[in-house]
Design a protein around this ligand. Structure first.
Ligand code: MTE
Length: 310
């Protein structure tokens, strides 16, 4: 939507904006507005929102309060407590260069804004279940991770996708803690990465992603514990061996590679049977695969093997 971008529709009077959907069709207009929002440009009230994908809603729970979701975070780069939102403001998210390499036809780097122009954004409401037993329900804006895999053109020999967060101890004081294996690294099998649920996030609550939640680009894999949903990604590397992830390196028996949500496999130090929705008084039962088994259970050959649930 390059000409929409030049026109900057949010700065134009209504009469100039209105013809756009007629010329382009509503779908492309929405995608254009979405690209602008996803790129972190200011969205004005009343501006066209990203189209919500009705397949991904959460009927039995309320959306988590926006203020709570954006200020109660795990982002160890900025501290090993939940109140990192202020500190995370130090993160500079433009320019934001993303490297795609490893077992691909041709490695390349791309600016975040350029990447967003190549994809179609949509909104999905997903649950997130943290391994610490709190949970939230949020409307993410983004695009399927499968789309990035397509753009990357991995070789047949690629079996896993490794993802990495930025490394900049000057900006992120948590990264000065030398006992952690920075940069934060996560990984998925190619089958997981191309599953329709795996989602790359550029926004939340109809706005660009706040820094506290991993701007400008983070992952959402809602059938896995929250630590798999890596924030502020700068690198996607296709590999043939299972990557060692950040938390696995710290405590492999507590936070393993697979980390599929399962209420029947306790964490070594606490039960996973129940979860505390942020902002609510009552705990609720945790569901296997966080309620997404229909889409992902087939990825795991032996569901009795606890290895898939750590
Ligand atoms: N990504 C990075 N780079 N650093 C982190 O510390 N924490 C993880 C995950 N992604 C983390 C991260 C954990 S433990 C959780 S539960 C979720 O982010 C929390 O996401 P939220 O703060 O948006 O709720």
């Amino acid at each position: 939507m390059p000409h929409l971008r030049r026109l900057r529709p949010w700065t134009l009077p209504e009469r100039f904006v209105t013809p756009e959907p007629l010329v382009l069709g509503r779908r492309s207009f929405l995608a254009g507005a979405a690209a602008l929002a996803g790129a972190g440009l200011p969205a004005e009230e009343g501006e066209a929102a990203v189209a919500r994908n009705p397949k991904w809603t959460v009927d039995d729970r309320k959306l988590t309060d926006e203020k709570l979701a954006t200020t109660y975070n795990n982002f160890y780069e900025f501290g090993s407590h939940k109140q990192i939102a202020k500190a995370a403001e130090a993160l500079v998210t433009r320019p934001w260069r993303i490297r795609i390499d490893g077992l691909v036809e041709e490695p390349f780097e791309i600016e975040f804004d350029e990447l967003v122009e190549k994809v179609e954004l949509e909104e999905r409401i997903y649950r997130l279940r943290c391994v610490e037993a709190w949970s939230m329900v949020v409307p993410w804006t983004g695009f399927p991770l499968r789309r990035l895999v397509e753009l990357a053109r991995p070789l047949g020999s690629a079996k896993f996708l490794e993802m990495q967060t930025f490394l900049d101890p000057k900006t992120a004081p948590g990264q000065r803690a030398f006992w952690y294996p920075w940069p934060y690294t996560e990984g998925l099998t190619i089958a997981e990465a191309t599953n329709e649920l795996a989602f790359l996030v550029t926004g939340v609550y109809g706005k660009p992603l706040p820094k506290s939640m991993g701007a400008p680009l983070r992952l959402a894999v809602p059938w896995k514990y929250g630590f798999k949903s890596i924030k502020s990604i700068v690198r996607f590397r296709f590999v043939d061996n299972r990557p060692t992830t950040f938390w696995e390196e710290i405590a492999e028996h507590e936070y393993g590679f697979w980390a599929n949500v399962n209420p029947d496999v306790p964490h070594p130090r606490w039960s996973q049977k129940m979860e505390q929705p942020l902002g609510e008084s009552e705990k609720i039962p945790t569901k296997i695969f966080n309620g997404y088994g229909e889409w992902v259970a087939h990825l795991y050959p032996d569901l009795r093997d606890p290895v898939y649930f750590r």
